[in-house]
Design a protein around this ligand. Structure first.
Ligand SMILES: NC(=O)c1ccc[n+]([C@@H]2O[C@H](COP(=O)([O-])OP(=O)(O)OC[C@H]3O[C@@H](n4cnc5c(N)ncnc54)[C@H](OP(=O)(O)O)[C@@H]3O)[C@@H](O)[C@H]2O)c1
Length: 284
């Protein structure tokens, strides 16, 4: 099986490189901005025509949620138009697509885990451009899976876990929002799930949700990071209103994973167990 991974040096892309590394039955081609700028329609068309890939996994995205509020053109170019480029070229070359989306497509006003067919209602530019990317993909390519995820962290790139660890080096106390609820998700777990999915004999297009198991606030997440890392740090719970940010964050963004677990027979780790594993890797 020949697989193309775009955005291969971001958090999820790097986690996929790690997951696929020892799979001799998968020939993986890894690209990032320098080798394949997915906003370049002609380049994408040529690359997919020449490559004859069975599956394209799109990990490239504009992920700077606050910056997107004042950078809509670039956010839309990457999260919407470029997804259309991949969809169009994949449909023409007969490749399947796995595209990653986000909990930010929802309003965050819910009180029970979001299911795939719940009404989306993004609160900011990032979520809106990602939702429009989903729509474009679905309209241009029938052989597409969309996997919405949330609160990703890993040993790669920039993320909340690394921010907390570095803040602890310079601050005695940290204020962390305690009234936004979701699920911390180790990118390695999502990468392993994608690896399992592409190895399954039957392809099941559609929208899916994937996060780790369990529920936490950002405050709970930060307390667990310090506890599991063995770092003494005072964490103060604060409200969303006390923490200023350019983009509005969903208050509640727990995703239901029932569909993806049933469709692909996945067992998903509990978030604290995966956090402990990632911290060990970071502390090596
Ligand atoms: N991070 C989260 O908490 C989170 C939550 C929910 C959903 N997601 C979704 O999960 C997916 C993976 O996120 P991530 O955290 O792994 O993102 P990431 O670390 O920001 O990686 C994105 C990658 O895309 C690359 N890229 C940027 N512009 C490109 C272009 N024009 N052509 C090709 N590649 C380009 C980036 O390269 P440069 O670094 O060189 O710019 C980077 O390597 C995204 O779809 C994101 O929306 C993430």
């Amino acid at each position: 099986m020949k697989v193309l991974i775009t955005g291969a040096y971001g958090q999820l892309g790097s986690s996929l490189r790690k997951s696929l590394a020892n799979d001799s039955e998968i020939e993986a081609v890894y690209t990032d901005y320098d080798s394949l700028d997915i906003t370049n329609r002609e380049a994408v068309k040529r690359f997919l025509e020449d490559g004859k890939f069975d599956v394209i996994i799109n990990c490239a995205a504009y992920t700077a949620v606050d910056k997107a509020e004042t950078d809509e053109i670039l956010a839309a170019a990457l999260n919407t138009v470029a997804v259309g480029n991949l969809a169009e070229a994949a449909a023409a070359s007969g490749s399947k697509v796995i595209h990653i989306s986000t909990d930010y497509v929802f309003s965050g006003q819910g009180f029970r885990p979001y299911e795939e067919n719940d009404e989306p209602y993004p609160q900011g530019i990032y979520g809106r451009t990602k939702l429009e990317g989903e729509a474009l993909l679905t309209s241009l390519c029938q052989n597409a899976m969309i996997i919405r995820t949330a609160w990703l962290y890993s040993e790669f790139g920039k993320n909340f876990v690394k921010t907390m660890l570095s803040l602890a080096e310079t601050h005695d106390e940290i204020n962390v929002v305690a009234d936004q609820i979701g699920t911390p998700t180790y990118a390695g777990d999502l990468a392993n799930a994608i690896h399992t999915i592409i190895r399954k004999p039957d392809w099941k297009p559609g929208v899916y949700h994937f996060t780790d198991e369990g529920v936490a606030s950002w405050y709970d997440f930060s307390k667990a990071i310090f506890e599991l890392a063995g770092i003494e740090e005072k964490v103060n719970p604060i409200t969303t209103a006390e923490f200023s940010s350019a983009a509005k964050r969903p208050q509640y963004s727990v995703l239901s994973k029932a569909k993806i677990k049933k469709a692909f027979g996945l067992e998903i780790p509990y978030w604290r167990d995966s956090l402990a594993k990632c911290l060990k890797l970071l502390q090596k």
